[in-house]
Design a protein around this ligand. Structure first.
Ligand SMILES: [Zn+2]
Length: 205
């Protein structure tokens, strides 16, 4: 069977479409974000998330809504438990002011190794607005995950990306960055100054 010219153009267009990121959203903030981001003290943040069995259109829609909500809050990372969804999916974009940079979408992310070297970095969280405190974590990591098409992937990360992935994977396990803060005095003050309650911190042993 021969393809008509129009048919082959359509096929080419389809191929190009498949090669492109399948989750694209505007990075412009919207007045009414699709998802509400829960704050420290809300039990949803403490529930461990479940593995995603099937990566389908509904998962891509969730990723889109998470991204739009994240961009609207001027954040660089968001995990599903922060919007009350107990699924192991997170979105990250370290270049929110550049519309051309595609975001990262991690489904069922698993850290497979962490560096012995550690870094101290001041973290913040969309669920604990206004609070910025130093947290110590491994400087670089290796991880496996599925992308938004369900394809298995592996990657290495260091710098801010490694930091952000570790922070977001913590969310999938019901852990918040304030649980990892070692300076309790600053923690107490920062929480109080921003209207949060120290009793909602689960200090890690
Ligand atoms: Zn967070």
């Amino acid at each position: 069977m021969r393809l008509s010219l129009a048919g082959s153009f359509a096929q080419l267009a389809k191929k190009a479409e498949q090669g492109r990121a399948s989750v694209t959203v505007s990075k412009e903030p919207v007045e009414k974000p699709p998802l509400e981001i829960y704050k420290l003290g809300n039990q949803h943040l403490r529930n461990p998330a479940n593995r995603i069995r099937k990566v389908d259109g509904s998962m891509r829609d969730l990723a889109k809504n998470m991204l739009t909500s994240m961009y609207s809050a001027k954040g660089i990372g968001l995990a599903a438990p922060q919007v009350g969804i107990e699924k192991r999916i997170l979105v990250i974009d370290l270049d929110i002011d550049n519309p051309a940079t595609p975001p990262h979408i991690f489904i069922n992310p698993e850290i497979t190794s962490s560096s012995a070297s550690i870094d101290t970095y001041e973290e913040g969280c969309l669920s604990i607005p206004g609070v910025y405190l130093d947290v110590i974590r491994p400087s670089s990591i290796k991880l496996s995950f599925r992308d938004e098409m369900g394809r298995p992937k592996k990657m290495s990360a260091d710098g801010l990306l490694a930091r952000c992935i570790q922070h977001e994977i913590d969310h999938l396990n019901g852990i918040l960055f304030v649980d990892r803060v070692t300076n309790q005095e600053s923690l107490l003050k920062e929480l109080k100054d921003n209207g949060f309650d120290y009793k909602d911190v689960h200090a890690m042993k």
